[in-house]
Write a protein that binds this ligand. Structure first.
Ligand SMILES: Cc1ncc(COP(=O)(O)O)c(C=O)c1O
Length: 382
């Protein structure tokens, strides 16, 4: 077995900030107890590479749309002519009808609601391990038994394994493509084959939060399949490629029958929960393909620089197609994320399938250069 890399400075006694960063699997989108006690502050020079945010600004068109919407903020968006068509506009952009889509305030809420909606005593959830934690966590809290199928040697989701583990109690199948935290994507063909079988047996939700970072033909969405089959749902978000994580816009697409049922249960209020300003920004951003292409190019350049620089340090980062990178920490002892925080870099570390990893989000090129500088100063090969 090859000798592992480890951090020169692995002792946690050197921690200067008194900040505790909880492990990734126990941190939460919503639960502040899972986040560091002292919220990191970018203004203090901390580089935040923890949450797979887009480091680039929203399109100028979207900024202007927010400004233009401010005078109408006293109204609900359903009373504003400029937003009456929002559902239709977004549906049209994705080639489906307005009856196929529900807009939501971010997409994590869809994950949470969906698993609640499908719960029944004895239910199980089939998903991958590791994967994005929100849906499986809610499922576990509700009493689902979890069938987490480990990713394979190449960190690829094991579709055959997932298919084999579906049984008559499987209420939901959750497939994140590209997957978080691995940054690896499945090809569209195998996903379609999987869906053909899986959707006969249970509802499958495909989370395409990061699909926009891929290029054709690998970025083919499962949206058309979802619109045609109540047992297939696709979630998308404006938080990643559109850079609108704080504006909270997402949506779910499925067959009209499924959308109607969801809207009656849990999702009804979600249509009103969306801020006018956020909706204005999202609609404007959809129109700005050029901005999106330029942001994507910058993120890919910073990602490839980071992966190569980690390789130069003998760190075998998992090739990523997203805006984050997962790399193994070998025999590093202690909490790597907490150590990095003492160096001004905020990221996440965790153990997956018995191996320690760090997940770093792709920031600007300058931020990634600083990240690599810190790595160079502290990492050594044993
Ligand atoms: C795979 C995946 N799905 C969904 C989300 C939730 O995004 P949002 O609620 O901002 O749309 C995230 C956020 O990081 C994610 O990684």
């Amino acid at each position: 077995m090859r000798r592992r890399d480890f951090f020169k400075n692995s002792t946690l006694t050197t921690l200067g900030l008194g900040i505790s960063l909880h492990s990734f699997s126990h941190s939460s989108f919503y639960d502040p107890s899972g986040l560091p006690q002292k919220t990191p502050d970018n203004n203090n020079g901390l580089i935040n590479l923890s949450s797979n945010e887009n480091p680039h600004e929203i399109p100028p068109l979207a900024k202007q749309a927010i400004i233009d919407a401010i005078p109408f903020s006293n109204r609900y968006s359903f009373n504003l002519p400029q937003f009456k068509e929002a559902r239709k506009t977004i549906a049209q952009y994705y080639g489906v009808g307005p009856e196929n889509i529900l807009l939501t305030s971010g997409s994590a809420i869809v994950l949470d609601y969906t698993v609640r909606y499908f719960y029944k005593p004895g239910a199980n959830l089939v998903t991958a391990e590791p994967t994005f934690f929100v849906l499986p966590r809610t499922a576990a809290d509700l009493g689902y038994s979890l069938k987490k199928i480990p990713v394979d040697q190449n960190r690829q989701i094991d579709l055959a394994g997932m298919l084999n583990s579906i049984d008559s109690n499987t209420q939901l199948i959750y497939l994140v493509n590209p997957n978080n935290p691995t940054g690896v994507a499945l090809k569209p063909g195998p996903i379609k084959d999987f869906l053909r079988e899986a959707a006969k047996k249970s509802v499958t939700l495909i989370d395409e939060a990061y699909l926009d970072f891929l290029s054709a033909p690998d970025n083919e969405s499962m949206i058309p399949l979802a619109a045609a089959d109540p047992n297939i749902m696709v979630t998308r978000t404006f938080s990643k490629i559109h850079g609108m994580a704080g504006l909270r816009i997402g949506f779910v697409i499925s067959h009209a029958d499924r959308i109607r049922q969801l809207e009656k249960n849990y999702f009804g209020e979600s249509q009103v929960a969306i801020s006018d300003l956020s909706l204005a920004a999202a609609l404007a951003s959809l129109k700005d393909e050029d901005h999106r292409a330029s942001v994507k190019k910058k993120i890919i350049a910073a990602r490839e620089y980071t992966i190569q620089s980690l390789k130069n340090l003998n760190i075998d980062a998992i090739p990523s197609v997203t805006n984050f990178i997962l790399f193994p920490l070998g025999k590093y002892e202690g909490n790597f994320a907490e150590f990095m925080l003492t160096k001004g870099i905020y990221l996440r570390s965790n153990t997956y399938l018995g191996e320690k990893f760090c997940r770093v989000s792709v920031g600007t090129m300058e931020e990634m250069q600083q990240f690599i500088k810190v790595m160079k100063e502290n990492w050594k090969s044993a």
